[in-house]
Write a protein that binds this ligand. Structure first.
Ligand SMILES: Nc1ncnc2c1ncn2[C@@H]1O[C@H](COP(=O)(O)OP(=O)(O)OP(=O)(O)O)[C@@H](O)[C@H]1O
Ligand SMILES: Nc1ncnc2c1ncn2[C@@H]1O[C@H](COP(=O)(O)OP(=O)(O)OP(=O)(O)O)[C@@H](O)[C@H]1O
Ligand SMILES: [Mg+2]
Ligand SMILES: [Mg+2]
Lengths: 227, 227
């Protein structure tokens, strides 16, 4: 489903070069479940931003369902992002002037889902993530973990083909964290390709395949024995 | 050092009341080391905001070093905040137009520390937290964990009497996380009163005293046996 070939991304800051991605190769089959781990600054979020079409590499190839992403214009990238990709951001990026319900429902509005169906699907997710009583609250009225769960709901509501989650449980207690992982794994069980960046080794181990990054490179890629 | 008596904070949203803090009592001795744990939305950040003078309760008392905080004007609160309290925010709150060095140095500028001494102290902390090569970078050029470490450096640089850390390792790999905890515990060893909100039970257990919150209440307060 995904092929990354010699992907490079270098930031030039002052006199220095930061190799955020350094000749990275990766192949991901549809329906795969991968965790991405590694030290702070190793390039995990940068990798996810490339996969999510939020950023473009300096060189190398990204083929998604056999289509070459570098050949696409901004219009087409946005189309693919809106229809095929769900993203849980490390910093949430909720829209302040929309409440929880409106934030979660936004992807459905962007893909033309009618109001009644939107309401049902948003209600279901609010319930599942323990957010029902906060549906009308705005991000600044929510706790850190509540905001994180709104970001997760927004990412999954369209059941995207590819789901990218950047530290989805960093601000969640073990109970909410287990709920979220349960939800993500259930979606993967239905065929959604799932990548989870995490610093929590316990979470990372649950993935069928585990990637480790360091200094912009993939230094290990292992499959769980029992899967 | 700190006495909280029947502290209450209620948010009124739409028709509902959210009891973020519900008649909370707490006493903290100078030099104590406490962790604060509990489900998402239980009031941990709200408690820290009260202690950090970032927010005022609806009722109840907060005495810091025997001084009644509710009797103070905004000027005096700001004075105490700037001189006595260090805060690591759950959402970092770095200043975008300042680079890492400038963000960290800000509290020293606010308390009149001369430039040469500032430089030395900031360099030390950058080094300690693995940020030296990022000193000139702005928050948007930093990874999630790098931003978190800048927020931590800024909170500790003045060696405040009271250090409040809200999820200080949520976006850090185990190595950086251990570095941070080591630093916070070292400061506590020097007499700084330390409160750490965390979702990580392993981190919470390290504190000499562990508080658990639920629905705005303190439901348990235990001391480690071996301390
Ligand atoms: N400014 C606000 N306006 C309205 N409600 C608020 C506001 N700030 C917090 N709340 C509510 O108060 C409750 C406690 O919030 P708080 O941020 O203290 O929780 P928390 O324990 O830190 O949660 P987390 O672990 O998710 O960070 C939450 O239910 C939240 O929705
Ligand atoms: N916009 C940018 N401009 C300059 N440098 C950047 C930018 N974004 C990221 N970097 C640098 O690229 C490197 C990789 O960043 P990235 O955010 O991918 O790390 P990460 O593995 O997600 O880290 P963390 O675990 O701390 O979230 C970091 O050293 C960072 O400083
Ligand atoms: Mg990151
Ligand atoms: Mg909080």
């Amino acid at each position: 489903m995904i092929v990354l070939e010699q992907l490079c991304k270098t930031y030039h800051l002052g006199g220095e070069s930061v190799h955020a991605l350094d000749h990275l190769d990766l192949q991901i089959a549809a329906g795969d479940y991968l965790s991405v781990m590694g030290p702070s600054g190793s390039g995990k979020s940068t990798l996810l931003n490339m996969l999510g079409l939020l950023d473009t590499p300096d060189s190398g190839h990204y083929r998604l369902e056999q289509q070459e992403m570098s050949a696409l214009g901004e219009e087409q990238r946005a189309q693919i992002r809106n229809h095929k990709i769900g993203f849980v951001f490390q910093a949430y990026h909720l829209i302040d002037r929309l409440n929880a319900r409106e934030n979660i429902e936004l992807p459905l509005i962007l893909t033309g889902v009618p109001p009644r169906e939107r309401r049902t699907r948003v209600d279901e997710l609010l319930e599942r993530l323990g957010l029902s009583r906060h549906a009308a609250h705005h991000p600044h009225q929510l706790s850190g973990g509540q905001r994180q769960r709104v970001a997760i709901a927004r990412a999954v509501i369209r059941r995207p083909a590819l789901l990218l989650a950047d530290e989805p449980t960093g601000n969640l207690d073990s109970h909410s964290g287990a709920e979220v992982i349960g939800l993500l794994e259930e979606l993967n069980g239905e065929g959604i390709t799932l990548l989870v960046v995490t610093h929590d080794p316990a979470m990372g181990k649950r993935a069928r395949r585990q990637l480790w990054m360091q200094d912009g490179q993939l230094i290990s890629d292992t499959r769980n024995r029992d899967s």
